[in-house]
Design a protein around this ligand. Structure first.
Ligand code: 5GP
Length: 195
């Protein structure tokens, strides 16, 4: 898969949060078109399997919701809260604020995550899930930053590969702001040539 680059005709649009400015990067319709493709695949792969779908809070909530609607997949939903970011920086430590309550043993588990950056969060969580002996584990992630990846994470259903920039919107926050934007914005820094 190619790294996503915004189309040349994308309107120049900014949002400001705190001292930072973010620029429109992936528009709503592009996200929804890609989710439709992933949903068709997920629907086919999990037909008759009643998967356990574990959504990683908080960022993946909009992605989960749109995936569920587009695929009309039959399955159970659970949530886990994992945190590793402060502001625009990964701390390297994963904190589990809330655990999934479901019994994972012998289940087909589909993890739904917003973004894979270093891969630290999912490396931690997938290892933990494997100890509970699920039948299978697959991963759906909307975004992947291949240049930042430090752990061997394989994304089975990937929305977009993106460059190593901090992004907000569509569930993703900057210090708890910006989750409700329909579009995804990228941090607009002079030294990465975005102005
Ligand atoms: P990782 O453990 O892969 O380094 O980071 C994964 C988590 O960090 C994601 O679930 C997300 O919460 C947060 N994260 C990583 N990159 C970004 C980003 O560009 N923007 C935002 N808002 N969160 C990010």
């Amino acid at each position: 898969m190619q790294t996503f680059h915004p189309p040349a005709n994308l309107p120049t649009q900014y949002v400001k949060m705190g001292e930072l400015r973010f620029r429109l990067f992936i528009p709503d319709q592009t996200i929804q078109d890609r989710i439709k493709v992933l949903s068709d695949q997920i629907k086919k792969d999990y037909a008759g399997k009643n998967p356990l779908i574990i959504c990683v809070l908080k960022g993946a909530i909009l992605f989960l919701s749109d995936l569920m609607k587009a695929s009309e997949i039959e399955g159970q939903i659970d949530f886990v809260r994992l945190t590793s970011y402060e502001g625009t920086v990964s701390t390297g430590n994963v904190t589990e604020g809330m655990s999934a309550a479901s019994n994972v043993k012998d289940r087909d588990v589909l993890i739904v995550e917003d973004i894979v950056d270093t891969g630290n969060t999912l490396n931690y969580y997938i290892k933990k899930l494997k100890e509970q002996e699920p039948k299978s584990i697959k991963l759906a992630a909307l975004l992947l930053k291949p240049e930042a990846l430090k752990f061997p994470i394989e994304v089975d259903y990937l929305g977009f590969k993106i460059p190593n920039f901090f992004v907000v919107g569509y569930g993703l926050d900057y210090n708890e702001e910006g989750r409700g934007f329909r579009d995804i914005y990228q941090l607009d820094l002079p030294d990465v040539g975005l102005k």
